[in-house]
Design a protein around this ligand. Structure first.
Ligand code: HEM
Length: 137
């Protein structure tokens, strides 16, 4: 997923996707905007067990940063992601999936990343969201 960048000393170094899109700040902005949508969503908001969405926002941001090649703080704190297992307590049906993706689309639109980066993230997020469905209609 990296691209090759020439750095000053003339050596070649791989740049992760995490770095290409702007690192921690970009992922924090994305996830913060996403949770603003969740906070207002009548279907999704009641699914979140904690009153304060801050800790959930933190976990999700750290997960995405790690996934795209940033620091491994997520797994240092939480262990292996096992995302399907961690979603098992929640009813993730088609409606929840659609609402989740809608807020994610809004958040990505707000970020206004270059088209190629936007598409890379969106493709991953739509694929991951479909794989999280655990309750048939
Ligand atoms: C498809 C609809 C989805 C719904 C309705 C949903 C809902 C939830 C809920 C209710 C939680 C618990 C909040 C918390 O206390 O952390 C959670 C946690 C989490 N979700 Fe989702 N989620 C969805 C899709 C996804 C996708 C596609 C990803 C990854 C790309 C993801 C990543 C995470 C992560 C990393 C956590 C925290 C896991 C941990 O405990 O360490 N979710 N989600």
């Amino acid at each position: 997923m990296g691209s090759v960048t020439e750095i000053r000393r003339g050596t070649l170094q791989e740049q992760t996707f995490y770095e290409q899109v702007g690192g921690e700040e970009t992922f924090r902005r994305l996830v913060h905007r996403f949770y603003q949508g969740v906070a207002e969503d009548p279907l999704l908001r009641p699914m979140y067990p904690e009153e304060d969405l801050g800790p959930a926002e933190e976990r999700f941001a750290l997960f995405l940063m790690q996934y795209w090649g940033g620091p491994t703080t997520y797994s240092d704190n939480r262990g292996h992601p096992r995302l399907r297992m961690r979603h098992a307590p929640f009813t993730v049906d088609r409606a929840a999936h659609d609402a989740w993706l809608k807020h994610m689309r809004d958040a990505l639109d707000d970020l206004a990343l270059p088209e190629e980066h936007d598409q890379t993230l969106w493709k991953y997020l739509t694929y991951a969201a479909a794989s999280m469905i655990n309750t048939p209609d």
